[in-house]
Structures are given as C-alpha cells and as structure tokens.
Design a protein around this ligand. Structure first.
Ligand SMILES: [Zn+2]
Length: 334
C-alpha cells in the first residue's frame, strides 16, 4: 500500500494542483504587519470655500481620532509643510487639491492626493474628456485621483464613469447635504452605480468622505459638517505612498460609523469582524454582480463562503442606528 501511494503521490499532487487552478477562488493579499488607519480625503478650509482656517480644520480631525487628513481646497494647494507642527507618528497630512471645473452646467470635481503643488484644471470638448484630462493631470504628477460626488448636479453617469481610465476610487458617500448619494426617481444611487461598474469588470473602489466646509456654528443636517464619512486603510506604515497604494488596491473599508476589527479574505471565504457597540445590532449583506445580495446575515463575524460564479463580492455592514461600513470588493479568479 505504502509503495503504491509512493508511486501515485506525484500524480495525486498534479491532479490536486489542476483542480485548485480550475476552482474559482478569491484573490488574497498579504496582511502581515499591517494595522488600520482612519482618514478623510476631502475637506475644505478658508483657503477656498470652507469657513475655518486650516489650523482649525486639522485640529478638529486630529482631536477626533483620525490618523490622516487631506485638505482639498478648490483649485488651491494648501501645503502640508505649513502645518508640519500637527504632524507626528500618529497623525499625517497628505497634500491635496479638489480640481474643480465643469462641462457646461455639469460640475466635474476630481481630487488629487499626494500632489506636489497646484494642478491647473482642464476643459475638454466632451464631459468624458473633461473628467479624463483632469484625472490624467493628477496622474502626470504621480498623484492619486478620486472622482468626487458623481451624482452632484446629476453630472457624471455610470456610462461616463465606465469609460474613464486610470481612476480607481470614486465617492460612494459624500457628507455634503446636496450631493444625491442615494439617488432616487430615475437616477441610481452611488452604490448602484458602483455595482454597475464592477459588474462591467472595472476594478474600482468606493470611498466615503466628509467634503466638510462648516466647522463653526451649528452642526446640522443641512450644513456641511465634518465626521460623516471616512476610510479606514490597512497599511504597515502611516506614510502617504503606502496609504494611497493600499487604497488603490482596495485594502480599506469606507464608513459612516460602523467600525470593523478585521476583514479576512481566504481563497474561499470573506470574514468580517464587526466592533461591538452598546446594544447595537448589525446586518451584513454580501453583494455580487448586478448588485445582487448573495447573503444577508446578522452573525458576527459575518462569513461568506464562495459559491456560484460571482466575479466580485463586496459587503455592506449596517448597524441598527443607520450607520454603514462598505467593505471593498474581492475579485474572483476563475
Ligand atoms: Zn469638495
């Protein structure tokens, strides 16, 4: 028997390898030595149309437990070097700008992150061209672009977003009260748009941001206050390049309040460990192609086991008081 097994072993190994190669499985990424860093990539100050100077704004985020912040004023570069006294081992400022232009009446707002200085906006002869050229302008200086509030002014449809190249991040939640995050009538919400893009095979990740303008006076739903949407990035270091390259690889979740302790992806499972909070209840939906809910569960950890033939699986974790965390899509290798 032992002799027979010895003869058969190489064959069995080969058969197992072929079977593994043909079995759909999730892409996985190494996570050793990483931890989670909370940040906001879209904020305004008095240097454009915010109501407070950068010091006040930076101080608000630092006091409220953020690890990094991007000041993204409209067509203005606010150099982090001016505010280096805020930066330490637990707080990082990443340079940014909101490239703010329009095509006709349609606003085109593209953030440039980790850029060396102000970038001039570009207008093109089409809406798509205008979006693309501003994305390209950010890439040209080795910055990282993200497309802001696509539903603001009904400006940038899924059809346009599907054709934009070299952008990996879009806002699916923006804390400004006038940006139509959830859609309505005949217009899709940003999560639906995101699924349309993913279903078409685009590798694009959904971020949540504040787009805060108002740090003074009342904090109210119709004002543009901070603390409404953020990202939490898995990284080894709190350094601009690693934080942003991990965001562009989907190594983060977006949130309006739900905190995750971990997201563990194996070749066959996605496991989400949700931070408990008082008597809050949590519901997790794992979502695949076409926005289809593949599994809805109240379990914590929430675990999805790969089945059927999705091309991607993402998740939305909702708490019983309305906050959400969006776990980035994991893609399936077939
Ligand atoms: Zn803005």
């Amino acid at each position: 028997m032992t002799h027979l097994f010895r003869l058969m072993a190489p064959l069995l190994t080969f058969v197992a390898a072929v079977a593994l190669a043909q079995t759909p499985r999730f892409e996985t990424m190494p996570t050793e030595g990483t931890r989670w860093f909370k940040g906001n990539t879209h904020t305004h100050t008095l240097e454009s149309d915010g109501d407070s100077p950068p010091d006040t704004v930076i101080s608000w985020y630092k006091r409220h437990g953020y690890d990094f912040l991007v000041i993204s004023d409209h067509n203005v570069f606010v150099s982090p070097a001016r505010f280096s006294h805020f930066v330490d081992s637990s707080f990082l400022l990443i340079a940014g700008e909101e490239l703010t232009t329009a095509f006709g009446k349609k606003p085109v707002h593209i953030n440039g992150l980790n850029i060396p200085g102000v970038i001039q906006t570009i207008k093109d002869t089409t809406l798509l061209g205008t979006v693309q050229k501003n994305v390209d302008a950010v890439r040209e200086v080795e910055g990282v672009p993200h497309i802001n509030n696509p539903n603001f002014g009904g400006a940038i449809s899924a059809e346009i977003l599907a054709q934009v190249q070299n952008d990996k991040l879009i806002e699916i939640f923006n804390g400004h009260p006038l940006v139509n995050n959830v859609g309505g009538g005949d217009s899709p919400g940003m999560e639906e748009v995101w699924d349309m893009l993913l279903t078409r095979g685009k590798r694009i990740y959904g971020i949540a941001v504040d787009d805060a303008h108002h740090f003074k006076e009342e904090f109210a739903p119709d004002r543009s206050n901070p603390g409404r949407g953020w990202v939490v990035v898995r990284s080894r270091t709190l350094a601009p390049q690693e934080i942003l390259s991990r965001m562009e690889a989907g190594q983060f979740y977006a949130s309006t309040g739900v905190v995750l302790d971990d997201v563990i992806v194996t070749p066959t499972t996605v496991e989400i460990r949700i931070r408990k909070k008082g008597d809050f209840k949590f519901t997790t939906e794992f979502i695949g192609d076409g926005g289809k809910v593949l599994l809805r569960t109240g379990a914590n950890p929430a675990i999805y086991t790969l089945g059927g033939s999705p091309t991607y699986v993402r998740a939305r974790v909702m708490d019983s008081n309305g906050a959400v965390a969006w776990v980035q899509p994991t893609f399936v290798i077939k």
